[in-house]
Design a protein around this ligand. Structure first.
Ligand code: ZN
Length: 648
């Protein structure tokens, strides 16, 4: 098993072989029962595991004879197949076995590997696919035409096995046209090395074709144009089609733009995915251009035109695209979460190369829409997407938090991510870039080192936010400065201006710049302004700070008045005495406590409830203001201060 796990991971970690849960591996072994009897078993990858990081718990152990014998049946429904595979389990509580378990069982070899190698699907997604396979691999592989994965494919392969096709001299693999490749061996290493050798033969063939192609044509490369509002409008339309907020990551790098510049783009992009199981991640075809209505109508027609193929009462999946190809906006990759969008991106990047190469080989020709429909609406494929539980409340939403590297801003960012939102954090400190690096949830954090008082840096940050996540739903205005205490009689004009520039002017500009994005938020935009207790109850010596926060609060109230028709909520939280922030060192804390004649402990809890207020408490209110509790509230000011005598 150690060897089985090891080479499974080697295969899984090469994206040119399998992507995101694709492919499967097995080993035939001996299992000793509790009675001391020996039993032949098939140990096969479980459905839902990813080869890249699989371990022994990701494999199911099944009675080999029972599983192999299923391939001799004339018919087997999906439900019955799943039941029979369940019944064949030798180790209880294991994962549901791969849909290809029966095929692994009928191949009479110890170790068996299956991938969707780019190079192999490229050869076979062409009109002359079978001939190309013969040309490149000779007699080293058997070939089967495309049939639906699962029972039908296993049955066809069992017939080939019975006819002796896979045990001829030197036959080390099986190519499934339009789908992928199997190899086998007496050891894990032998099977793995055969996989690599065959895939390399195919890749070498493609490289020769590519060299010819590069010499023959120079593709026009369009320049990415179209501002972030165009992209946010696209996200709003896609989210409406999806019936839920989505993120869209946009890409305009050279390989993407070269693909978008293909003169035959409208044709080749609309033919289908490189291997059928990609359909659940990318849909059958990407959306060309910006007409979401036309795409969803076409999807509904595809569903209605093929639903009769299933005996089950099918429910249509959401008709929204997962990949958008627009010569000006770039490639947009859609997902309910940033991780889903990243999967669609990975898959489509490989698909672009497969399409380009297959076109050079005589034309890109994946399986028919009808065959893809069978896979897309195959319950066993959809099961891969289930079991993830209910989505978090802010799944698919995008928040921008200023001053996010520390204190209240960082706590707000963490709380929003914990509720499923993708967060763009701005901060004057470069530490913001790595504030949440390496921490789950993956792909949810974008830290931007930016000065909120700079016009160009704010516009650049919004561009970057939309490029990464597609739009903006939530804006948390938190960045602010608290200058040294100074009576009005001694006011330093530069310090006054600096406080106003950060606490007021920068927020006014950010509100103005963010408005076109917030009004395109699928769930309605939400702005949370971090005010201060000093607004209702200013402090002596804090003129600049108190005045700036009061003006900011007034700005928020006007925004609430103006933006109601745009479904944008604007609410203010007034924190007080939040001591777990960078401003409050132990030294400052003890000197402030002493000036009130209190111990540090008493000073921390000097409020009506006698409780300590933390950044996390403020963040909790911030998240609440973005959720259903505040769905009917705008222009509100809520203190988070433990109760203040001067405020109540
Ligand atoms: Zn496969």
């Amino acid at each position: 098993m150690a060897q089985r796990v090891y080479t499974s991971r080697l295969l899984g970690q090469d994206p040119c072989l399998v992507l995101h849960g694709g492919g499967n591996t097995s080993v035939k072994a001996c299992h000793t029962t509790v009675f001391g009897e020996e039993l032949d078993v098939l140990v096969v990858k479980g459905s839902g595991s990813d080869l890249a990081d699989i371990d022994t718990s990701g494999f199911a152990t099944l009675r080999l004879e029972h599983v192999a014998r299923l391939a001799t049946l004339d018919h087997l429904t999906d439900t019955e197949m799943a039941r029979q595979l369940d019944l064949a389990a030798v180790v209880p509580g294991g994962p549901a076995p791969s849909v290809e378990a029966i095929l692994h069982a009928v191949l009479p070899h110890r170790f068996v590997d299956h991938t969707h190698a780019d190079a192999v699907v490229t050869l076979t997604n062409t009109p002359a696919g079978e001939a190309l396979v013969k040309e490149v691999f000779g007699h080293r592989v058997a070939v089967v035409p495309y049939v639906m994965p699962g029972f039908q494919l296993a049955r066809l392969c069992a017939q080939q096995v019975a006819a002796g096709a896979v045990d001829g001299p030197g036959v080390v693999g099986l190519v499934l046209l339009n789908h992928g490749i199997f190899t086998w061996g007496a050891t894990a290493r032998e099977s793995y090395e055969r996989m690599i050798e065959l895939v390399n033969l195919a890749a070498d063939h493609l490289e020769r074709v590519r060299v010819r192609a590069r010499a023959a044509t120079a593709l026009p490369v369009p320049s990415p144009a179209g501002g972030h509002t165009g992209r946010a409008a696209m996200r709003a339309a896609v989210a409406e089609a999806a019936g839920a907020p989505v993120v869209i990551s946009w890409h305009t790098d050279a390989p993407v733009m070269a693909f978008l510049g293909r003169p035959d783009l409208a044709d080749v992009s609309q033919r289908g995915p490189a291997t059928p199981d990609h359909v659940i991640r990318t849909k059958r075809v990407p959306m060309m251009g910006r007409d979401v209505g036309a795409y969803t109508s076409a999807y509904r027609a595809y569903f209605e035109g093929h639903r009769h193929r299933s005996t089950a009462e099918l429910q249509p999946l959401d008709p929204a695209p997962r990949v958008v190809l627009d010569p000006e906006l770039g490639m947009g990759c859609v997902g309910r979460s940033p991780a889903d969008a990243a999967i669609a991106e990975d898959i489509y990047r490989h698909t672009m190369q497969v399409i380009a190469d297959a076109t050079e080989l005589g034309g890109y020709q994946p399986v028919s829409p009808a065959d893809l429909f069978d896979v897309e609406y195959w319950d066993l494929e959809q099961a891969k997407l289930r079991g993830r539980g209910a989505p978090l409340p802010h799944t698919g939403e995008v928040a921008l938090v200023t001053g996010a590297a520390s204190g209240i801003g960082r706590a707000c960012a963490a709380a929003l991510m914990a509720e499923g939102a993708a967060v763009v954090g701005l901060d004057l400190s470069p530490a913001v870039m790595t504030t949440f690096a390496g921490r789950p949830p993956a792909h949810h954090w974008l830290g931007i080192h930016a000065d909120v008082t700079g016009t160009a840096s704010v516009a650049g940050a919004l561009d970057e936010a939309v490029a990464r996540f597609g739009g903006l739903d939530i804006l948390v205005l938190n960045a602010g400065i608290f200058p040294a205490s100074s009576p009005i009689a001694d006011l330093d004009p530069d310090s006054w201006r600096q406080v106003m520039a950060v606490n007021l002017d920068a927020n006014a500009r950010l509100l103005k710049e963010a408005h076109p994005l917030l009004r395109l938020s699928p769930g309605g935009g939400r702005v949370v302004v971090i005010g201060s207790k000093n607004v209702p109850a200013p402090g002596p010596g804090a003129a600049a700070y108190s005045a700036s926060k009061a003006a900011l609060t007034q700005l928020a109230r006007v925004a609430a008045l103006e933006w109601g028709p745009d479904r944008i909520h604007v609410n203010v939280v007034h924190p007080n005495a939040v001591f777990d922030t960078g401003v409050w060192t132990e030294e400052v804390l003890s000197s402030r406590a002493a000036s009130y004649g209190l111990s540090v402990e008493e000073y921390r809890r000097a409020n009506l409830l006698g409780t300590e207020v933390t950044s996390a408490d403020v963040a909790r209110m911030c998240v609440a203001m973005c959720g259903p509790a505040f769905a009917r509230t705008t222009g509100a000011q809520v203190p988070v201060d433990g109760g203040n005598l001067r405020v109540v």
